[in-house]
Design a protein around this ligand. Structure first.
Ligand SMILES: [Zn+2]
Length: 70
């Protein structure tokens, strides 16, 4: 019989490098999960508005044209 591949390779906590706990995966504790969350939030709030993202003109206009009444 073949062995069931049930045991997945445990990845270390991306914050402190400790073995991750299933409850807080991929982190080792709620503390590290919280740290990562704050990092993510602060990172998303501090977006450097320096480069123009001209990918495919997919960005909708910020200021729509107001209805013009003649
Ligand atoms: Zn950790």
């Amino acid at each position: 019989m073949s062995e069931p591949a049930k045991s997945t390779p445990e990845k270390p906590c991306p914050i402190c490098g400790k073995p991750a706990v299933e409850k807080y995966r991929p982190f080792c504790s709620s503390r590290c999960a919280d740290i990562d969350l704050h990092r993510w939030l602060s990172g998303s709030y501090a977006i450097p508005a320096a480069e123009d993202d001209d990918e495919d003109g997919d960005a909708p206009p910020l200021a729509p044209d107001p209805p013009r009444r003649g």
